[in-house]
Every structure is written in structure tokens, then in C-alpha cells.
Design a protein around this ligand. Structure first.
Ligand SMILES: Cc1cc2nc3c(=O)[nH]c(=O)nc-3n(C[C@H](O)[C@H](O)[C@H](O)COP(=O)(O)OP(=O)(O)OC[C@H]3O[C@@H](n4cnc5c(N)ncnc54)[C@H](O)[C@@H]3O)c2cc1C
Length: 379
């Protein structure tokens, strides 16, 4: 079957219109680049997610040109004041330092990002599944199930199983952990403004209020879960909180990888978001990382220096990677978990300090060990 060729050739073609791809489109279009985006699905695209935006993620959205006071006014979200850990008899909590986080339904976030990209003139090709890529003298030829596109720069924002990464030889990676996530919404007025993380030997269940009448619960475990009822039964305190709640919509599953790629750029190809490596879902950092990477990538594309993105990507990813590994140690070793969370309960300022480090508000104590400085997330 002959392929149609796009009449115009974008400077930047992004494969994947998830949050990272959309953020990259927005950041690149703001730099004046001609951007097109291809996705196998069509909007609104949903995905299993905890649906929490930490303050650093909101800060990155501001840096992408969002006016959150205005943009969030007309959509349903819920303010997040901090994080609360609950483990057996222990409860410990810490507030965010200055700005609040936000709980936001994944589909609502998708529409927000999509509207912004469209307003900047980004062109979308929905239900276009990329089948192959080929280098050309001036860039790349991309074949989808529907047409052939040419571009100078190709961006792989196509998630964990990135075909762009595979085709461009960027798959060399270390996988530190692989867990299974399951998300379910419940209709109930949120009982707190904190993201609650319930711990058990089964894994974690974390609750994010996403509107005045709904919470999102994400279960993350090493075990495959037959149903949300089964998962909920592993967290009796949460089960009790949700006695009066009704599940809304269908559950959604996804894998959660803690994975580091050796390289995220090759020739005129760059990876972003989960395609470029990821941290465990428990960190609540995946979205914010994608947004920060988008700004760094757009700068690199604008200056024609993808090597700068490679460097920026490593330093953006590093703090979340350290936190991800630390939290997974608590998951793996129940005694260490009890000891650590008891210590946090007795010394709440310690927990608060670590939370502030996690969202980039303070320099990380491990920076001395790794001999590297933290990226500046401040707005
Ligand atoms: C259970 C769970 C809970 C989480 N909770 C949080 C949280 O609370 N906060 C947070 O910040 N992060 C959280 N995360 C992480 C976050 O969801 C991810 O980091 C984020 O979704 C990654 O976005 P992405 O755009 O990189 O990839 P994706 O959202 O996976 O998007 C990839 C896109 O690429 C498209 N695509 C793939 N292949 C092709 C192809 N060949 N051709 C065309 N299109 C293609 C897909 O259709 C898809 O739309 C959680 C993750 C899990 C699993």
C-alpha cells in the first residue's frame, strides 16, 4: 500500500502524546519550533497513575507557561498539603514547604496539556502507530500505520516499552525494580488534604484526593493483584476509610519500573518521560520528571545541542532515583520500614526535611556522597 507523505516537514516529531510528550511539544513550540505529535491512541488518553502533582511538578508546569491560578480554576482538582505515611500503628506526616501540590484526574491533566499544545500550533496525528524509523540525510523518515512523516529531530515519548529507544539503539539500561500498579477511583469526599501512603507487606496503597467528591487509590506491589477488592483487603485501615465509598469507573493496571538508561540521545533522536527511564510509582515523581525534562529538551533542540539534554537528564533524574531506591528498601525490609517510620514519627522534622529534599526544595544530603549538585526546581 503506498504511503501518503505529509505536505510539511516538522523540525520536531514527538512519538507519544502522554504527559511527557505533550510537555515536550509545549516547551518546543514555545521556543518557536515547528512541532508535530503522533500517538497510537486518541484523546483523552487515560493511564494507571496516582494522579498526584507534587509542588515541583506544578513549578515545572509554570515554567512551561501555565498560569496555574487561572488554568486550574475551571477544572476539578484538589489541593494537596503534604504526605502522610501510615504503617501498622505508626502515622507520620509532613507538609510541603511553600506551594501546595494538586490531585488531578489523568484525563483532566491530559486535556489541559493538549489544549495548551494546540493553542501553540502543535499538530497532532491521532491513531497513528509508529511502525518503523529510517535515518535520512536531513533527519528521519517515520512510517506510521497511516502515513510517512519526515523530521529533523525525533523524540521518543512512547513510554516504558519505547520502540523509538529500541530502533535507535538506546535500550542499554539497568532495571532496579519492576512492580505492578493498579488504580481505582472512589466516589467519596476526601477525608484529608494529604496524600496518604498506606504500607503493608503487600506493598503500598496511596490515596490522592482528585476532586471534592473523589479520591484516586493506586496500589503498587511486587505481586499481581486479581482485583482491587483483593488489594484493598491488604490495607485494613484504608478499607475502613472507604467503607462508605463506591468505586467509580474501571480499575486500570500498569507496570512501575525503576530503570536507568545509559544514554537518552543518539544522533538527532532523544527520549523523554518513561521512555527515557523511570522511577518507582511510590515516589510520585514521574510526571514532574517528564515536565522538567521537557524544558531541558526544548532548550537543547533550540540550541541544536542534544548533548546538553543528556547531561540535564541525568541531573534531573538523580534525586528521584535515590529516593526511589530508598523507598523500595523500606518496601523490601519490613523491620527497616518499622524502624524508619517509627523514627519519622518521633522526629517529624526529619521526615519533613526528606520530603523537602524530594521535591527539590532543599539540597539533598546525599549530594555530598554523589559529589553532584541538585537541579534547581525553584520557580
Ligand atoms: C500505579 C502508578 C502510579 C503513579 N503515580 C504517579 C503520581 O502520583 N505522580 C506522578 O508524577 N507520577 C506517577 N506515576 C508515573 C507516571 O504515571 C508516569 O511517569 C507517566 O505517565 C509517564 O508519562 P509518559 O508520557 O512518559 O508515558 P505514557 O503516559 O506511557 O505515554 C506514552 C504514549 O506513547 C504512545 N505510544 C506508545 N508507543 C507508540 C507508537 N509505537 N506509536 C505511537 N504512539 C505510541 C502511547 O499511546 C501513550 O499515549 C505513576 C505510575 C504508576 C504505574
Amino acid at each position: 500500500m503506498p504511503f501518503n507523505t505529509s505536505p510539511t516537514q516538522p523540525e520536531v516529531l514527538i512519538v507519544g502524546a502522554g504527559p511527557a510528550g505533550l510537555a515536550a511539544a509545549i516547551a518546543s513550540a514555545r521556543k518557536g519550533l515547528h512541532v508535530e505529535v503522533v500517538d497510537a491512541m486518541q484523546p483523552p488518553i487515560d493511564k494507571a497513575c496516582g494522579e498526584g502533582l507534587l509542588p515541583d511538578a506544578l513549578c515545572s508546569l509554570t515554567n512551561l507557561g501555565f498560569n496555574l491560578n487561572h488554568d486550574l480554576r475551571s477544572i476539578e482538582t484538589h489541593p494537596l498539603r503534604g504526605i502522610r505515611f501510615l504503617n501498622e500503628q505508626t502515622t507520620t506526616e509532613a507538609s510541603f514547604p511553600a506551594t501546595l501540590g494538586r490531585g488531578i484526574r489523568r484525563t483532566v491533566l491530559h486535556q489541559l496539556l493538549l489544549d495548551r499544545a494546540l493553542s501553540l500550533g502543535v499538530r497532532f496525528h491521532w491513531q497513528h502507530s509508529v511502525q518503523s524509523i529510517e535515518p535520512t540525510t536531513s533527519g528521519h523518515l517515520i512510517r506510521t500505520n497511516r502515513q510517512t512523516l519526515r523530521t529533523r529531530y525525533l523524540i521518543g515519548a512512547d513510554g516504558h516499552h519505547s520502540r523509538i529507544a529500541a530502533w535507535s539503539g538506546l535500550t542499554a539500561s539497568t532495571t532496579h525494580s519492576r512492580r505492578i500498579g493498579l488504580r481505582q477511583h472512589y466516589t467519596i469526599a476526601p477525608w484529608t488534604n494529604f496524600v496518604e501512603v498506606y504500607w503493608s507487606n503487600y506493598g503500598q496503597a496511596y490515596v490522592t484526593p482528585t476532586s471534592p467528591h473523589e479520591v484516586c487509590v493506586a496500589f503498587v506491589s511486587n505481586q499481581k493483584t486479581p482485583s482491587t477488592e483483593h488489594a484493598l483487603a491488604q490495607f485494613p485501615a484504608l478499607q475502613h476509610q472507604l467503607t462508605a465509598a463506591t468505586p467509580s469507573g474501571s480499575p486500570r493496571g500498569s507496570i512501575s519500573l525503576n530503570r536507568t538508561l545509559r544514554r537518552v540521545t543518539a544522533n538527532n533522536i532523544a527520549l523523554i518521560g518513561d521512555a527515557s527511564g523511570s522511577v518507582d510509582a511510590i515516589t510520585g515523581s514521574g510526571l514532574g520528571l517528564g515536565f522538567s525534562q521537557a524544558a531541558a529538551l526544548a532548550h537543547a533542540l533550540h540550541t541544536g545541542n542534544l548533548a546538553s539534554y543528556q547531561r540535564a537528564h541525568s541531573s534531573i533524574q538523580r534525586p528521584a532515583r535515590i529516593m526511589s531506591r530508598s523507598l523500595l528498601l523500606l518496601d523490601r525490609f519490613p523491620h527497616l520500614r518499622t524502624l524508619t517510620l517509627n523514627t519519622f514519627e518521633r522526629h517529624p522534622l526529619l521526615f519533613e526535611h526528606l520530603l523537602h529534599v524530594h521535591i527539590g526544595h532543599r539540597n539533598c544530603p546525599f549530594a555530598v556522597l554523589t559529589n553532584r549538585l541538585q537541579p534547581d526546581y525553584t520557580c
